[in-house]
Design a protein around this ligand. Structure first.
Ligand SMILES: *Cc1c(COP(=O)(O)O)cnc(C)c1O
Length: 360
């Protein structure tokens, strides 16, 4: 197996032991005589896979099954932008949203179809180069934020005061990667494909007391109550992505859980940020405030277009893929999710230092 350093923003790097076990199961799942891809989603082989993955999501977040319900859904985090207001917002009701990046802006667009959005803060006028100051409305149905702004490279480390509103998070790009008190949230959603598995499954974790307040008159596929009551088996679930999510969560547990992964993520990010800071003005971070810099997506620029081209060519030659920034932002973005190895961060940091020494 030839592994390069994959800095892709998503789908992202998965742990090698997970890939090995999953590839074996594609040929034959345990002793079933069948591939994982061929198993009925209502049968004795898949039942425990499903139940374990569901239980592991809550356990990894440190949440209890008595307090929280869960659904594993298709449709990506983007479907959650729409499902959340459909379930909890009504005409004439207000939800608070933080406008700190493109994904948050998309979530806001979906909420506006259903009800009124109060912008609790926005950093749009500075191209989302920082996290905004926040002012909750004080009468919101819920308060929505994106914990990590994948495209812009900012991350929320201290959870905000919501003025009493239930706290909702799009944690697609930092779930299981930061050691948070997840019980502060009433609902957390995250696509698996950045930090926890392949594309195709999205985790939705919701406090049961909050879930009870959801609208009842929805199409069942769009109803959190139905999806949670049916244990994500209202229809055929994304069997293979759920299986790989379960394997990844077992890997996280074996590595020491979220606390250990988070400590490693911080060290990985610091190795690269230290190099960027030491190599100004050839390199510069895109984030204006140091405390807002993400551990997961590190956005940076090289001083001139010519140097940018040269740096990219050297990175590719050194076996580093996926570094160009999002098409709307430009520059570079190193996405170093939970399974991305420290060695890859050290290699990028070394290249940054070496490049600046030669070109600076
Ligand atoms: C990637 C991403 C999304 C979109 O996820 P899809 O699964 O492609 O719908 C939404 N929010 C954040 C924060 C993301 O990083």
């Amino acid at each position: 197996m030839n592994r390069i350093y994959n800095f892709s923003a998503g789908p992202g790097t998965l742990p090698v032991p997970v890939l090995e076990e999953a590839s074996q199961s594609v040929l034959e799942f345990q002793n079933s005589g069948m591939s994982i891809l061929e198993l009925s989603h209502r049968g004795k082989w898949y039942d425990p896979v499903h139940a374990e993955a569901q239980a592991q999501v809550l356990a990894t977040l440190g949440l209890s099954e008595s307090e929280y319900a869960l659904a594993l859904l298709g449709g990506g985090a983007s479907l959650q932008f729409a499902m959340l207001p459909l379930n909890f917002l009504g005409a004439g009701q207000t939800a608070d949203y933080v406008d700190a990046g493109e994904w948050g802006a998309k979530a806001i667009g979906e909420a506006r179809r259903v009800g009124t959005v109060h912008l609790a803060g926005s950093s749009k006028t500075t191209n989302y180069d920082r996290l905004p100051e926040l002012t909750p409305s004080g009468n919101a149905r819920y308060f929505h934020l994106t914990t990590n702004n994948t495209i812009e490279g900012t991350q929320v480390f201290a959870l905000p005061k919501t003025g009493g509103a239930p706290l909702i998070a799009d944690a697609s790009s930092d779930i299981f990667g930061v050691d948070r008190d997840y019980s502060q949230f009433d609902l957390i959603y995250a696509g698996a494909q950045k930090n926890a598995g392949p594309a195709g499954v999205t985790m939705v974790v919701v406090r049961k007391s909050f879930l009870e307040t959801a609208h009842k008159d929805l199409a069942p596929m769009l109803s959190y109550q139905t999806q949670c009551e049916k244990q994500s088996l209202y229809n055929t679930p994304p069997v293979f992505p759920i299986y790989v999510l379960g394997l990844t969560l077992k890997w996280i547990a074996a590595e020491g859980g979220v606390a250990a992964i988070a400590a490693r993520n911080q060290a990985k990010a610091e190795a690269i940020y230290d190099a960027l800071d030491a190599c100004a003005p050839v390199f510069s971070s895109c984030v204006a405030i140091k405390e807002h810099r993400s551990w997961m997506n590190l956005t940076f620029r090289v001083a001139t277009a010519e140097l940018e081209k040269a740096f990219l060519a050297e990175a590719v030659a050194a076996g580093m893929d996926g570094l160009p920034g999002h098409r709307n932002v430009g520059g570079f973005r190193a996405s170093i999710y939970n399974a991305f190895p420290m060695a890859g961060c050290d290699a990028l940091a070394a290249l940054i230092r070496d490049f600046a020494r030669r070109k600076g």
